[in-house]
Design a protein around this ligand. Structure first.
Ligand code: SF4
Length: 309
């Protein structure tokens, strides 16, 4: 673990604790946290093209308000559908899109900048393979997420499931092919696959694991972090799927988990009587946002420690 163990002022945890004079407050960063290469490259591409001329992005580039504000300041427009685009250049985000949508952009004569993450392309290939081999495709993910819309956009028949109830609502098919939104928690995906197998014992169920490695790394590092921490702070956009999954993962190992978007969301009362604070962040969270959150955690934890001595 990438532990930042800069000691801070010792704290007294209650009047009957004298040994605390030797204790230090630690802020520990998860071994893997923050922005993944796919999002980082997509942002760099968006900024480069925004400087070159008017640009529209198809859907949110990242689920992070500070990055979106920076792009807005450069005049970058966001469209939820190709039909809304008013610029000649359209950018497809790291989340990717379907071939059908790409065909519509070509038909409109738009200049397309593709920032689809290579690992989203892997998920698209998995879905294509399952459909080609005659499986009824089931995606484990959020129905309304842009990546899931892209993964299913070329299919005529498919299902999207996330919760146990969604599996109960599925119809039987002789062959069921399962793939996942790249940012889902892999344990959750495996649980859903097991449930599908139990529900349809006569069906052939094939699962291709398309959860991306950066997501898996962040989830396992978050679990490890939460096991060591009294409080965990998870930094990321409210609508970021992988950030929400990190919160859920941490909550399985630590009872005090807080999701913040920026340093302004960090509350002093979270650190009362706390010595070990864990810090992690979703794949769309920029490094400077994480740094500011850490600085505020240190400041507030130090103030809390001073107030209680
Ligand atoms: S979360 Fe994974 S699939 Fe999505 S952009 Fe990052 S690396 Fe690519």
């Amino acid at each position: 673990m990438d532990g930042d163990v800069r000691p801070m002022k010792a704290r007294k945890r209650g009047s009957n604790v004298t040994a605390c004079a030797t204790e230090t407050i630690r802020v520990i960063r998860a071994a893997h946290l923050g922005m993944c290469f796919g999002v980082r490259d997509a942002i760099a591409l968006a900024l480069e093209h925004a400087d070159a001329g008017p640009l529209t992005i198809l859907g949110d580039l990242v689920h992070n308000p500070s990055v979106l504000s920076a792009l807005e300041a450069k005049g970058v427009a966001v469209a939820q559908d190709v039909a809304e685009v008013k610029t000649t250049t359209l950018m497809v985000t790291a989340h990717g899109t379907s071939e059908r949508t790409l065909a519509r952009t070509r038909a409109l004569g738009l200049n397309v900048v593709e920032a689809t993450c290579p690992l989203v392309h892997v998920a698209h290939r998995a879905v294509t393979t399952l459909a080609r081999d005659g499986y009824h495709v089931v995606i484990v993910g959020r129905r309304d997420h842009v990546e899931v819309r892209g993964l299913t956009g070329d299919l005529d028949r498919f299902d999207v499931v996330l919760e146990d109830d969604d599996v109960l609502a599925l119809e039987e098919h002789p062959r069921i092919g399962v793939a996942a939104q790249t940012t889902q928690a892999v344990e959750k995906v495996r649980h859903v696959v097991d449930l599908i197998k139990q529900r349809f014992p006569r069906s052939e169920v094939r699962f291709i694991d398309t959860v991306c490695k950066p997501t898996k790394d962040r989830q396992s590092a978050a679990a490890e972090l939460a096991r060591q921490s009294e409080v965990v702070i998870v930094v990321g956009g409210r609508s970021s799927n992988n950030t929400r999954e990190l919160v859920n993962t941490c909550a399985r190992h630590c009872t005090r988990v807080h999701h913040v978007q920026t340093d302004a969301d960090v509350r002093p009362e979270w650190f009362d009587g706390v010595n070990v604070i864990g810090l992690t962040a979703g794949t769309s969270t920029p490094g400077d946002v994480i740094d500011r959150v850490e600085a505020r955690i240190r400041r507030l934890a130090e103030q809390e420690a001073s107030a209680s001595t």
